[in-house]
Write a protein that binds this ligand. Structure first.
Ligand SMILES: Nc1nc2c(ncn2[C@@H]2O[C@H](COP(=O)(O)OP(=O)(O)O)[C@@H](O)[C@H]2O)c(=O)[nH]1
Ligand SMILES: [Mg+2]
Length: 195
């Protein structure tokens, strides 16, 4: 499929099913901890500076944000998890919203699950990966902020992350940087393959 990534815009934000777009365009959801670099990933992939707002205040966006890409597919930005300062009630609401989307959305083709390349995955990262595997939702692991790790340590970090996740080698694992754009072509290849 040929996609003009310049032709992208935010379409709508939704709290539940009744607000999802009603057509059959394929969707790629993006999930990860607050501050992992999800908005930066979207902006980089779409060659935009500020389409998905990169925020210093994580946990603020509590809705599913649907981005229309060239009328051919959508990115669905899932609110970041693991933000300590939200209440238990808000966390439960978040859980129901994301679970409803991930387990019932027929348009969903794959989830890009972002983890910070610098650190071992958090318990939330592991739980998200297990959840996706359990529901047999295709997953692309994107390890962000690769520019912050010297190349000589890449193998060590990659192995540690895969081990902690109990990574399935048939899934994609992509090293990514929104600063250098490393991994961008690979990420697009992996995404297009899932559509
Ligand atoms: N060095 C570096 N910083 C990044 C990268 N991606 C995101 N950041 C920074 O990490 C912070 C959080 O990024 P953001 O995209 O808002 O994360 P989100 O909360 O997951 O949407 C911001 O200060 C970004 O500039 C990356 O690939 N490399
Ligand atoms: Mg964000």
């Amino acid at each position: 499929m040929e996609i003009n990534t310049h032709n992208a815009e935010i379409l709508l934000s939704a709290a539940n099913k009744s607000h999802y777009p009603e057509d059959e365009l394929p969707e790629i959801a993006l999930a990860g901890r607050s501050n992992v670099g999800k908005s930066s990933f979207i902006n980089t992939m779409l060659n935009r500076k500020n389409l998905a707002r990169t925020s210093g205040k994580p946990g603020k966006t509590q809705l599913l944000n649907f981005f229309n890409i060239d009328d051919k597919m959508r990115f669905v930005d899932v609110p970041g998890y693991g933000y300590a300062r939200v209440s238990k009630k808000e966390r439960e609401k978040w859980g129901r919203m994301i679970e409803e989307y991930l387990t019932t959305r027929e348009n969903l083709r794959a989830v890009v699950s972002l983890v910070d390349f610098r650190h071992d995955p958090s318990a939330d990262d592991v739980q998200m990966y297990e959840f996706l595997k359990y529901y047999e939702i295709p997953v692309i692991i994107v390890a962000t902020k690769a520019d912050k790790i010297p190349r000589g340590k890449w193998n060590k970090h990659e192995s540690a992350i895969k081990k902690k996740l109990n990574f399935d080698p048939s899934d994609d694992f992509i090293l990514f940087s929104s600063v250098t754009k490393a991994g961008m072509d690979q990420a697009w290849d992996a995404i297009l393959e899932k559509l």
